[in-house]
Each structure stands twice: as C-alpha cells, then as structure tokens.
Design a protein around this ligand. Structure first.
Ligand SMILES: Cc1cc2nc3c(=O)[nH]c(=O)nc-3n(C[C@H](O)[C@H](O)[C@H](O)COP(=O)(O)OP(=O)(O)OC[C@H]3O[C@@H](n4cnc5c(N)ncnc54)[C@H](O)[C@@H]3O)c2cc1C
Length: 683
C-alpha cells in the first residue's frame, strides 16, 4: 500500500482546496451585471452557511463588481456537494448575484452558496446581515439532525384527480406487497402505489418463530422464556437503543403472520423452507429463517425469496380486487384538522400530474428507507456513510416515506444507526469508499464474510475476523480508508468448510441449508472446483481479486509498498505462527477458524461495505402507527419495513437470519389488520 493519498483522500483534498473563480477563468475583469450600479466597499469578505456541512465563501469586491469568489465545499457530500463547487462559483460570478439556478441534486450546497453570497454582499454594501441570519431555520431544542434538510415543503394544491379507497400502501417492495395483499385479503379496497415500473426482487430470508412450518414440519418450538432471551440478545446488538416492545411484538406474533404468508404462497404453488443447519459460533444463532424456495435439485442452485414471492403477491393483490398504480410517486400525506392522516398525494411520473388518494382506513408507508440518498445520510449523520461502497438493491430508496411521516409530525429514531449490510463489496484498488456508491454485480465478492485473515491498508491485522459481518464493517470504520484486505491461500476450499458460515454468508452446500441462487453465480458450492468457477475465477477476471505465487508478489499486486509491505509480510508470518499453535493470542479468534496462509497461489482482495437497508426510521407504537415525539399515535398513518424505526440500532443482528425482512412482513400483516379491523389480532 502506497503512502500516497488514496483516491478518496485525493478527492477530499481536491474539494478542500477552495474553488477559485480565477481557476475557472472567470476573472475580475468580468462585466458586472446585476450589481453594476451598486457601490461596494472594495475588499474581501467571508461568510459561512450550513449546507450538508459548513460551506465557507471568501468573496472579493471592487467598487462595482464581485471580482473573485473562493468557495470551500470540503465538508459537503462526496461526489455531490463537493462536485458542485466549480459550477456554483461559475453561476455566482456570471450572475454577480445570489439568484442562481444552483446544481440539481446538490440543493443544500447550492442554497448555502447563495446564502454565503447574500451575506458577503450585505457586508460589502454595509447593510446588516441579521436578516440573513434570521432566515435560517430555527433550531428546536433537542434537534440533532439537519432540520433544514427536513423542512416541510409547501402543500401541493394543484390536484388533477382524486381517488377514494380504504387503504393506500406506498411501495411495491417486500413490505408494501404483503401489506396490500393482506388489506385486500381482509376485504378492504386497496390501492398500491409504486414509483418504478415493477416490483422489488431482492431479499429472501425471513425470520419468524413458532410458525406451523417450524413447529409441525420441523419439530422446533420456542418457549416464551427462550423468545425473551432472544429479545434481549437482539436488544444487545442495538445497545438497547430500541423499543423492546416492538421486538417482542415480532417474536411473539411472527408465527401466526408467517402461517398466513405460507398459506398465501402455498395457494400459488410456492413452498417454504426453514434453515436448520446452524453455525458453531460464539454468538447466539437459532433456526428462524423461513425462505420461499423452489427445490429444483436438492443441493444444486435453486430459486428463492422475493424473486419467487413478489410476482405472486402482485397476482394475489389483483385477484383480490386491489389496484396497483405503477410509475406513480408518493409526495405528501394529507391530514385533517385533528392531525389524522386521511390520504396521500401522489405524482404520475409520465406527466407530473398530482392525484390525491383519500384513504378511509389508513395509509401504509413502506418505501424502503434511504439507502440511495447520501444527502439524507449526511443530514442524519449516518454512521456508516464512509464505509459503504456499494448499495446494490437499495439505490432507489430515497427516504420519501420517512420524510413524509416527519412532515406529518412523526418522530424518528434519535440514533446514527449502521445498516443492514454485507462485508462483501469488492473495492477497486484505488480504495474508494463513501458516496457515490457502485451497484454492480461485478463489485460483489460473496466470500467476503469468510473469516480469513484481514489486514488494514497499513498491512496490520487489527481485529478478530471471526465476528459477524456487521461487526466487521464496524471495525473497518476505525481503520484508515475504511477498508480491509482479505488474504487467503490455495486451501480455500478446506478453509471455508471449516468456517461453516451460515444463512446468507454460506458458501458450502449442506443438507438443512438453503442452497439458492439469488444473484447470478452466487450459491453455496459442493466442491473446490465449483467454488473456483463460481467465485474465484469471475473475481480474478474482473480484476478485483489478485492472485500471486508468492506473498511478496501479492503485496505488490495489492499496492502495499515500503513499510506497509513489510507490515503485510510480518502480519502474515505472525498469523501463521498463531495458526500453527491453534490459539489466537492476539485477538481470540476461534481455533477452527485459524487457517494459515502458506500454500501458494495466494489471494487477496480489498473489501468495504455493501449496504442493503438503512435501519433507523419513523418511531411507531405496537399497532405500527407512527408516533409523535410526545409518543402519541398519528391516527391513519402506519409505517413498516425500512421506513420504520425503533427496532434496530448500532448493529444489525446478523446471526438471527432474516430479521429485517421477517419483521417487515410480520408488521405488514399486523398494520393492515389494525387499519382494517381496528385490532392487530385476527377475529
Ligand atoms: C440485495 C438485498 C438482499 C437482502 N436480503 C435480505 C434477507 O435475505 N433477509 C432480510 O431479512 N433482509 C434482507 N434484505 C433487507 C430487506 O429487503 C429489507 O429490510 C426490507 O424487508 C425491505 O422492505 P421494504 O418494503 O421496506 O423496502 P423495499 O422492498 O426496498 O421496497 C420499497 C419500495 O418502495 C418504492 N418507493 C420508494 N419511494 C417511493 C415513493 N415515493 N413512491 C412510491 N414508491 C416508492 C421503491 O421503488 C420500492 O419498490 C435484503 C436487501 C437487499 C437490498
């Protein structure tokens, strides 16, 4: 690893270098426009304003013109606000005034640049700047996120069309499809709204307890005491920064809601599978993972999950009389004078027309969180934003549901939670993490969760690799560049058999485990040859994985140089010694996972985080109704899926496979039961 700046550091450095108008070729000789007649007090003035971070401007004035603007956007979002700096300076210099178009997608940075220039002009004309300060959004006591970003927009009034229904569901994803089908199954008139032309096909494993499938077909039963033990373990992952009542709601009700799910799927000829092959691990790891599954061949690649289930949910909704509005985007909730949510305004993508849907029984939001919105991550001080480098599967999630609920008065989690994420994003050798994210299949290295040796960019081992993948990502956050290098040797097949990772990190096919292909070419294997064909060869071909006959050569190929190369070689030597003794005296890794790196060819790959879902969102009560900061329900508004908060914080409980999707479908059923019947229980 070179000591030179990484690409990310380079970009940061470039952005921090103030964008000068002179650099842009816009000089002090530019003809003044709007301010030609104004008398400025010549000089250089400085102002700051809040964009995503602090934006600072230094503007130089002659008597009649703004002759130079230097804009520091180094605290703005990588690839968005930072990239907008040059254009904003050009626009401001050309306009000679703050009234500019700004840069699309970088609205916060644009507004901060305008505000800075207003302030500098006020100083240069000797007028007070207090008006500018007063314009800033008031900061309420207790606010910790960027209130300006979440400012409530003006209500939409030009409604072209009105629809009357009982229940409106927003988002044809894992939560929305089940909610719409459930409401229709309960006899309600349902309208499902989706901004894209089709449904989501990601995710497959759903956690649930004491379903009939689990109790009767698999003979597994959990007592109340055991469920509460699990409840407390899940709270520990969250540091108890969660509402334990919601976790219990899922644990104690997911069985009956899963029974309903299974019945609906069975009626469509689709079967379910329960994962029973568990890992020998230091973490609590229980059978809970239900998977929609097609057994084409017992240990071959079978189909699973949302790929199979979601098209069936679309059929079920339509068969039960529900209507689906594809390519319509939800914009704003409608409330009556008592605050009850009575409907929602959506926009037809084709022509921009607004449609108001009046919902007599409620609105269910399930728009998938904000994994596609780096600006919102900044505004919420999202903890993991710097370690993510891929968001395949959640790039469309812009936080719309969360924002709409907030505008309606709902509270959100007061944490900076990490995400549901995999430590399986292959990082280019220029080591880029942070927005903009990639989302290509070729950027995924599925064996990233295998507990092989992991080194940082300085060639040092820094933690126990045998922890869950969310913990791994947390540890990368503490390291330079926020990435780790996974290093292994030609014994990879015997290694992964010893590791015996389970659920979605599984790479070895065994009975009692689902053996499914969700992404092309990603499935547990039956032999080393198959492992090579499915994983190693494609990654070598893409240039993400490096192969070398010697460790020196591998270090070179991975970009380690000088002192860092020496560290790299010493770290491997030390690790091999520990493996020989069978005890990890440095970090306490389990002995069975201490597999040496001795037998060439050797392999190495740089890894970062692949974000699947954000975890923090709108606070709800145990009826899944959104609540205000005072804890009062907002009647008529239900929030589920990734838009819902109160359940996770800190780290996702990975060893409880399918908890995110499992609680999503459970709460989709419970929310619609409450909306339609007034109770979360079937009568
Ligand atoms: C690749 C991948 C694999 C995963 N695997 C698992 C797994 O195996 N187990 C597990 O527990 N979890 C898994 N997850 C996480 C899981 O999918 C989520 O936690 C959750 O279940 C998603 O449900 P949702 O309804 O909130 O969002 P989504 O399923 O993402 O659906 C949201 C929908 O809302 C639409 N939408 C957004 N904004 C608007 C708007 N303004 N108007 C209209 N429509 C809008 C979107 O287009 C999208 O169709 C996975 C996620 C990914 C990306």
């Amino acid at each position: 690893m070179s000591k030179e700046l990484s690409r990310r550091d380079f970009l940061k450095g470039a952005a921090a270098t103030a964008v000068s108008a002179a650099f842009l070729g816009v000089t002090g000789t530019a003809a003044p426009k709007a301010k030609a007649a104004a008398a400025y007090i010549p000089g250089t003035y400085t102002a700051t304003a809040t964009g995503m971070g602090t934006v600072t401007m230094t503007a130089t004035f002659s008597e009649t013109a703004i002759t130079d603007i230097v804009l520091d956007v180094s605290q703005e979002t990588e690839g968005i606000g930072k990239a907008a700096g040059d254009t904003l300076v050009s626009q401001l210099m050309a306009a000679q005034a703050p009234e500019i178009d700004g840069v699309s997608g970088a609205s916060m940075t644009s507004e901060a640049a305008r505000e800075c220039l207003r302030n500098c002009i006020a100083q240069a004309t000797g007028t007070t700047v207090s008006a500018v300060v007063e314009d800033a959004a008031p900061v309420e006591h207790g606010a910790w996120y960027d209130e300006k970003y979440f400012a409530k927009p003006d209500p939409i009034t030009d409604i072209a069309e009105t629809i009357d229904t009982d229940v409106v569901v927003i988002g044809a994803g894992n939560g929305g499809l089940v909610a719409a089908a459930s409401a229709a199954d309960l006899g309600a008139k349902v309208t499902l709204v989706e901004k894209n032309a089709t449904w989501i096909t990601w995710a497959g494993e759903m956690g649930a307890y004491n379903s009939k499938l689990m109790n009767e077909e698999y003979g597994i039963h959990y007592t109340d005491e055991e469920l509460l033990e699990i409840s407390n373990e899940i709270c520990r992952y969250a540091g108890y920064e969660c509402d334990q009542r919601l976790i219990n709601l899922w644990l104690f009700n997911s069985g009956r809601t899963m029974d309903w799910f299974v019945d609906q799927m069975e009626a469509k000829g689709i079967h379910m599978f329960l994962e029973t092959d568990m890992k020998d691990t230091r973490y609590m790891n229980k059978p809970q993972t239900h998977t929609v599954y097609e057994h084409f061949e017992e240990l071959g690649p079978n189909q699973m999950g949302a790929q199979l289930a979601n098209p069936k949910w679309v059929e079920i909704i339509e068969e039960k009389g529900g209507s689906i509005l594809w390519q319509h985007t939800a914009k704003q909730l409608v409330q009556d004078e008592n605050g009850r949510v009575t409907g929602i305004i959506i926009q037809r993508n084709e022509d921009g027309a607004y449609i108001q849907i009046n919902a007599a029984k409620g609105v269910v939001l399930s728009t998938g969180g904000y994994g596609g919105n780096p600006e919102m991550m900044e505004a919420l001080h999202y903890r993991d934003k710097d370690v993510i480098c891929n968001n395949l599967g959640c790039g469309f999630a812009m936080g719309d549901g969360i924002k709409m609920a907030m505008w309606a008065g709902a509270d959100i989690d007061r944490n900076h939670a990490g995400g549901v994420a995999f430590d399986r994003a292959a990082v280019d050798l220029d080591h880029h993490t942070g927005a903009p994210y990639t989302s290509g299949l070729g950027d995924i290295w599925w064996p990233g969760s295998q507990p092989w040796l992991n080194l940082n960019t300085h060639g040092e081992r820094f933690c126990n690799e045998d922890n869950t993948y969310d913990f791994h990502i947390n540890s990368w956050l503490t390291q330079p560049g926020h990435i780790g290098f996974q290093i292994f040797d030609s014994n990879y097949w015997s290694d992964v058999q010893a590791f015996h990772t389970t659920i979605c990190s599984r790479v070895v096919a065994v009975p009692g485990a689902r053996n499914s292909e969700v992404l092309p070419g990603v499935m547990p294997c039956k032999s080393g040859e198959q492992f090579y064909d499915v994983y190693i060869k494609p990654a070598l071909d893409s240039g993400k994985l490096q192969q070398a006959d010697t460790l020196e050569e591998l270090a070179d190929k991975l970009g380690f140089e000088g002192e860092y190369k020496e560290n790299f070689l010493k770290s491997i030597e030390r690790y091999n010694e520990l493996c020989d003794g069978g005890v990890d005296y440095d970090f306490g890794k389990m002995s069975k996972d201490m597999t040496p790196v001795k037998q060439g060819p050797f392999y190495g790959i740089a890894l970062g985080s692949w974000l699947l879902a954000t975890m923090n969102g709108v606070r709800v009560n145990t009826n899944l109704e959104a609540i205000t900061p005072e804890g009062n329900a907002i009647p008529g508004l239900y929030v589920i899926g990734n838009d819902m908060g109160g359940f996770f914080s800190n780290s996702y409980p990975q060893m409880f496979g399918g908890t995110a999707h499992g609680k999503t479908v459970c709460f989709a059923r419970l929310a619609t039961l409450h909306a339609v019947t007034g109770s979360i229980y079937e009568s």
